[in-house]
Design a protein around this ligand. Structure first.
Ligand code: A4P
Ligand code: MG
Length: 178
């Protein structure tokens, strides 16, 4: 999904991007809401749809607390690398500490899709290579991509084919807003 926006004489592509956000330290609901608030402080980012919160079993080798995960659809004129940099600003603003790889974290923002673009750069791989192996990524993004048939269909196929057997559980009485 890409349109052009005029900024002076500079034409910027507007792209639909999808993020997966997770947290398993401290007040997980507050962490998610703060992350959305800081994301939206960038004037080149427009949050469009956010999923329900899912409580999810930790994936990977580290024994740790359950995560809260959400999926987010946004429109942006940032490039993919600029969006990644802003995701890092958000992570830093929540005082994320990176102590153990795959370990507990205050907040983790991953770019799953950026328009229909593909990148394999030292610091950015898009579409995210692990998405198809993670139910906690696929289901929330299915929830927010109903108006984007290409991505929605792709996610539906991922869900059908994933071998991930870890549980995810939609929270009925807590949510975040954009
Ligand atoms: N990077 C490359 N591609 C991307 C991308 N598409 N989006 C680079 C975001 N970042 C990308 O990530 C390391 C580097 O990946 C970044 O500097 C960026 O340049 P990180 O978040 O800084 O480091 P990390 O946390 O050690 O690795 P990563 O890959 O984020 O961890 P994972 O694989 O996401 O695993 N279980 C449940 N239930 N829910 C979770 O949310 N999360 C993890 C984290 C493990 N288990 C989980 C969950
Ligand atoms: Mg990450």
């Amino acid at each position: 999904m890409s349109k052009l926006k005029s900024l002076g004489d500079k034409k910027m592509a507007i792209r639909r991007a999808y993020l997966s956000i997770g947290t398993n330290i401290g007040d997980r609901l507050a962490n998610l809401q703060r992350a959305l608030n800081v994301l939206a402080q960038n004037h080149e980012i427009h949050l469009r749809r956010v999923s329900p919160i899912y409580q999810t079993e930790p994936v990977g080798p580290v024994v740790q607390r359950n995560f809260y995960n959400i999926g987010l659809a946004l429109d942006t004129t940032l490039t993919a690398l600029e969006l990644l940099d802003w995701c890092h600003v958000v992570e830093q603003s929540l005082h994320r500490r990176r102590l153990i790889h795959w370990g507990p974290r205050t907040i983790d923002l991953d770019i799953i899709f950026y328009g229909d673009q593909a990148y394999d750069l030292p610091r950015l791989t898009v579409p995210h290579p692990e998405a198809a192996n993670r139910r906690f990524v696929i289901q929330p993004l299915l929830d927010v991509s109903g108006d984007d048939q290409t991505i929605h269909q792709r996610l539906a196929e991922m869900l059908e084919q994933t071998t991930d057997t870890n549980w995810i559980d939609q929270l009925k009485n807590q949510g975040v807003t954009i």
